[in-house]
Design a protein around this ligand. Structure first.
Ligand SMILES: *Cc1c(COP(=O)(O)O)cnc(C)c1O
Length: 401
């Protein structure tokens, strides 16, 4: 069957919740994807910050195959070795103390919210606590995660949300402070806002929020689902700032393609929140998913992924800055952290992204005017050059129109 035939069939069977790009992918290799007609694409999206190690990593694939032949699933009512190993490794890379595995990012956010509410409930016996989340944030599509997502357009049709959520402006401490009251149990933010347009947290803001949380016994929840797992140049982006959250979420690149996430907390929160019977999941942290986590974390160390991100992101920033300078008629600014970058345009970017796709480069937007760059964390300078070359062709064609 031809690509168009598959696309037609897809539109007859799948619920149309995405306006999909007109491509059917078949396989991946390294930092490249191939569609079913054999066309090759340089991938600067990685399945939205998922495939950090690139496609077809032999060791990763082998570890998964070996686990499939051993044990894919048991219930969380029993222990399993991959989950124990994965939790130990996650503690090491994050510096957190207690881990709960989920199947997705949104579920990790749900767990973080429940943890904060339970903590506050145990503290004062009341149930009317509030959470402060940020405007233009994104935390997922389930009802709880949606309730803390600062984009009214995503929430509107699904009201009522869970109650007692207030929204403050990201990187605006006074805005946060003005929303704090006796009922506040948690402040939730992405260390680098992703879907909202690649906004890194400002150090001063984060430190002030952290101090406020300590002073008032409010829990700081950092959502690292997109910016975590090395993308920022740190295993978790908050590690750059010398502060530590009480609760954090991780997912996306955690399993590098196997659906898995986690929420984690300090020992103090672990001892004073969710207890046996308070939370659960059938699949969360099953042996297959946890075998993936173990191998991913091992490979991050073995392949020195953080060093590569630190090195290549400097180069990517430089090349993007040059592009922004050269095409100032289209591009307002670049911003980002590590290999999570955005170019802010003064017009919608859909046409440019489609043109890049035709030329064999996969990019994605964040909002209508921002192109997001989320390449696999193993990219080399030559891939940055290849990407810039194609993008530049698109931009000059755009200007000639
Ligand atoms: C993607 C994302 C989520 C939701 O994760 P899912 O796995 O899609 O449920 C939550 N928070 C952030 C910051 C994300 O980027």
């Amino acid at each position: 069957m031809k690509m168009q035939d598959y696309i037609n069939e897809a539109e007859e069977a799948l619920l149309h919740t995405y306006n999909r790009y007109q491509v059917v992918f078949d396989k991946g290799e390294g930092v490249y994807l191939y569609d079913i007609e054999g066309k090759k694409y340089l991938d600067f999206v990685s399945g939205i910050a998922v495939f950090a190690l690139g496609y077809q990593n032999k060791e990763y694939n082998y570890a998964l195959k070996a686990q499939i032949d051993k044990l894919i699933h048991t219930s969380n009512y029993y222990y399993n070795v991959p989950a124990i190993e994965a939790a130990k490794k996650l503690k090491q890379i994050s510096g957190m103390d207690r881990v709960f595995f989920t199947n997705s990012g949104a579920e990790a956010v749900e767990g973080a919210i429940k943890t904060a509410r339970k903590y506050a409930y145990l503290k004062d016996g009341t149930t009317d606590h509030e959470i402060i989340a940020m405007n233009i944030s994104f935390h997922g599509r389930t009802m709880g995660a949606l309730s803390v997502t600062g984009n009214p357009h995503y929430r509107e049709a699904f009201e009522p949300m869970i109650g007692n959520i207030r929204f403050a402006d990201f990187n605006d401490f006074d805005s946060v402070l003005s929303n704090v009251n006796k009922k506040t149990c948690a402040i939730l933010l992405e260390t680098v806002q992703g879907e909202g347009g690649i906004h890194p947290v400002e150090e001063e803001f984060l430190k002030k929020v952290k101090a406020l949380c300590e002073e008032r016994d409010i829990l700081l929840i950092l959502d690292e689902i997109q910016c975590g797992m090395g993308r920022s140049g740190y295993m978790y982006a908050w590690q750059k700032f010398g502060i530590k959250p009480d609760i954090m979420t991780t997912a996306k690149a955690l399993g590098c393609g196997v659906p898995v996430g986690a929420f984690m907390m300090t020992e103090r929160i672990g001892q004073n929140s969710l207890k046996a019977g308070d939370h659960g999941t059938t699949y969360g942290g099953n042996p297959l998913a946890c075998a993936a986590i173990c191998k991913v974390i091992d490979l991050f160390e073995k392949e020195k992924v953080l060093d590569n991100v630190k090195e290549i992101s400097v180069y990517l920033e430089k090349r993007l800055n040059e592009l922004a300078g050269k095409y100032a008629a289209l591009i307002e600014t670049r911003r980002g952290m590590g290999l999570m970058q955005g170019l802010v345009f003064n017009e919608p970017v859909a046409d440019i992204i489609n043109m890049a796709m035709e030329k064999g480069l996969i990019l994605i937007n964040a909002g209508s005017n921002i192109i997001r760059f989320l390449p696999p964390l193993i990219i080399r300078k030559q891939h940055v050059d290849e990407m810039i070359g194609i993008l530049e062709e698109c931009l000059s064609a755009r200007l000639e129109k």
